[in-house]
Design a protein around this ligand. Structure first.
Ligand code: ACO
Length: 399
């Protein structure tokens, strides 16, 4: 990164998303853990989530979403001079996922690093990008949120395995000579919650070993009720602080893009902010919780579905492990019709992450997931020979 420019105002100019094709429904999960569609829908609002294919990683999904955001902004990849990737499921401990994304999108000049703030990571990345542009250190910044959580779930734990899904979203923030529009950013971190959502082993405290694998310590653990309490307590106050910093009243807000963790949490935030639920964009039913990817995926869908127009006042709100929370209040200035153009310009098969030479990873798909995705669903069973002992039905005559 060599760009040094005078301080400028910051505009969101590009947005993009990517969701893997494979869908895991609540009915599929009923075949793995002791749960029911009724329980999951009533307690979380989630109906299905996406699962990345074996060849996909956080970097590959992030690169597709990132390139789409760059095309939406009408930029070339080399016009990006900083790449920030928010993820709690990086491809490797090192190099950063941002370095892999940089190569995959064909950028030769950007600085690139990862942002670790769990589900608040995208909002933290947005705040970082904003500070780089505002201070004159960067002109165009790509902020990606990407997660491959289905490989870090304990499919013996019904309270976590039903919540999460895979996907990626991204935005481009650019320096502008136009007058700055009101923006408010609020970030919080409460280490009291450090062990409420965590992944115990694999770090320096407890490096990977046969023992940590035997103890199942490489999977996400969560105290659901404590996390729920933190989320409902903090999201409204963090959002309100950002709204006040932008100089708005909360009734001025046109659309809130909340972290899609749980519909009941979103309903509680709506109540806390005294705003109707139709001012919140909701897609948790189709994706579950995609952590750092959830806000940028929801943003891209909201804009591309016509929910956002220039001049609208938007608020992004997120919370996550740490405990962290973050909110950004911004006025929308981009042309919403650019979104589908950016999406159509990038085909997933055209974006690839370079593999290491002379090295092969183990099969990345958790066995429980591989088994249920390979098995035909009950509705798709062959019913031509269902009565035991009866001769099979004669082949049906067609035509
Ligand atoms: N299916 C059926 N029953 C279940 C399931 C399930 N999938 N999961 C839990 N239960 C049972 C429990 O065992 C318990 O049974 P019991 O009363 O016999 O002991 C009962 O349902 C109630 O359990 P609770 O944990 O009290 O259920 P709750 O209503 O709190 O819902 C949930 C659980 C959905 C996890 C909720 O606490 C929640 O959403 N918490 C926040 C989670 C979250 O958003 N995490 C992401 C943070 S972001 C990040 O950074 C990763």
């Amino acid at each position: 990164m060599t760009a040094v420019v005078s301080p400028r105002s910051v505009r969101l100019t590009g947005w993009g998303r990517y969701a893997p094709a494979q869908v895991l429904t609540n009915a599929d999960l009923e075949r793995i853990v002791d749960t029911s569609d009724e329980w999951i829908v009533s307690r979380t609002g989630i109906r299905e989530r996406r699962v990345a294919a074996a060849h996909e990683t956080s970097a590959s999904m992030g690169a597709i979403a990132g390139l789409r955001a760059i095309r939406t902004a009408g930029l070339e990849p080399d016009e990006i001079d900083l790449i920030l990737v928010a993820t709690l499921t990086p491809d490797y401990w090192m190099p950063s996922t941002a370095a892999l994304v940089k190569e995959a999108i064909g950028n030769t000049r950007a600085a690139a690093f990862d942002v670790a703030a769990a589900c608040s990571g995208f909002v933290y990345g947005y705040a970082t990008a904003s500070a780089y542009i505002g201070s004159g250190l960067a002109r165009n910044v790509l902020v990606v949120g990407t997660e491959l959580l289905t490989r870090f779930l304990d499919y013996g734990d019904r309270s976590t395995s039903i919540l999460f899904g895979d996907g990626a979203g991204a935005v481009v923030l650019s320096a502008s000579d136009e007058a700055s529009s009101p923006t408010g950013i609020e970030l919080t971190t409460d280490p009291q919650g450090a062990y409420m959502i965590w992944l115990p082993a694999g770090g320096s405290r407890s490096p990977a070993s046969a023992d940590t694998v035997a103890r199942n310590q490489h999977k996400i653990r969560m105290e659901g009720r404590e996390t729920y309490r933190f989320a409902t307590r903090t999201l409204a106050s963090t959002g309100l602080a950002a709204v006040e910093k932008a100089g708005w009243a909360q009734a001025d807000v046109d659309l809130i893009i909340p972290h899609q963790a749980n519909i009941r949490i979103i309903e509680a935030v709506a109540k806390g902010l005294d705003l109707p639920l139709d001012r919140f964009f909701i897609n948790v039913d189709r994706y579950g919780n995609t952590s750092a990817a959830s806000v940028p995926i929801a943003l891209a869908e909201a804009v591309n579905e016509g929910r956002v127009k220039p001049g609208d006042k938007l608020v992004f709100i997120a919370f996550g492990a740490g405990f962290t929370s973050g909110a950004v209040a911004l006025e929308w200035t981009a042309d919403p019709s650019r979104g589908p153009i950016g999406e159509a310009a990038v085909r997933p098969e055209d974006v690839a992450i370079r593999q290491p030479v002379d090295w092969d990873s183990a099969d990345p798909i958790p066995p429980a997931l591989a088994e249920v995705l390979a098995r035909p669903a009950p509705g798709r069973m062959d019913v031509s020979d269902v009565a035991p002992g009866d001769p099979p039905h004669a082949p049906r005559q067609v035509g």
